[in-house]
Design a binder for this molecule. Sequence first.
Ligand code: GLU
Length: 388
Amino acid sequence: MINQTTDSVQSTASVRRFGELQAHRRVVIKLGTSVLTGGTRRLSPPQMVDIARQCAELYHRGYELIVCTSGAVAAGRERLGFPELPATVASKQMLAAVGQSRLMLMWERFFEIYGIHVGQILLTHGDVESRHRFLNAQDTLHTLIENHIVPIINENDAVATEEIKIGDNDNLSALVAVLTSADLLILLTDQAGLFTADPRETPNAKLITEVDVIDDKLRALAGGSRSGLGVGGMITKIEAATVARRAGTHVIITDGKIPNVLVRVLQGENLGTHIPAIDTPPENRKRWVLAGAVNSGHIVVDAGARHALCHRGRSLLSAGIVAIEGEFDRGDTVSIIETNGLEFARGIARYPSQDMDRIKGHHSDAIPDILGYTYGVVAIHRNDLILL
Ligand code: GLU
């Protein structure tokens, strides 16, 4: 669903300046294992408490935070006393199963010190590749955020097989940034950022403070630093940045060891490498709607709903629906047509056709009574809709 081949949009789109971030406050924080262990074999409670403290400071200033945490496998290894295990997928999954609950227990405790509730979400690629599940994950994340609960996310390593794995938490955090329309993604690692060369091989290598264009040269640089001295993972950070910036998210790669790094980054200090957002999020969204195969189903709406969609920038509500034609599932892209049969918009259905049929013409408040459940008040959200 999310294409990360080349950053071709950047030639036509302008990058957004970081200063504009002041108005936006949703931040995804990705914590690499090395940040949580402080470079040792064990998770470091002081290190994790310090991160929770910084998150709390930002949280109390009104930032909406989403944490992507690594460290499940490391926690499992530590808990079991660093056992000698066969190098099988199942062994790693076992370590993740033991470690994830421990990791979460620690986050729960450390955020509790600051009076913050957390909620665990474990994702795999399967949870974001189909639109139905994408919407479900998105709804859960939004609901946590709306209720001031900090989502703590990791890959569902204990069950993810190769085919459904995202594989690394850099890319996972980028998907989360897309899911939540985050303003900023901070990738905390054990490096100061991206360098002009491997700093361990080239002493005069310089920190790149801002990257406007992600091209093959940059990818080679990032790839090189990984294969070089096990500096680790810069290429996946570049991949993640490619995805996130296209969804309108700024990306900062910086060193988790810098004192008070999260707070200082959000105060506007230039720490690490900044990869600015590309200023086309609505366009990208639209492409996403258009890119999906259009289901043969139609939603027929009345003149009032048409006017609200076309001229007032509103979402489609059940009250404005007069008929449902054909069959579709939640997450499918469907046509929206007028009573005269003319298609004037397309969008992603939030309810399957049979349920849409039952709620048509009714006020949104009646949805829970009619269906016995609700995915929310809108039938097609404004953000998932294009006018033709
Ligand atoms: N999900 C893995 C873990 O919790 C980490 C993957 C990564 O660090 O990129 O151990």
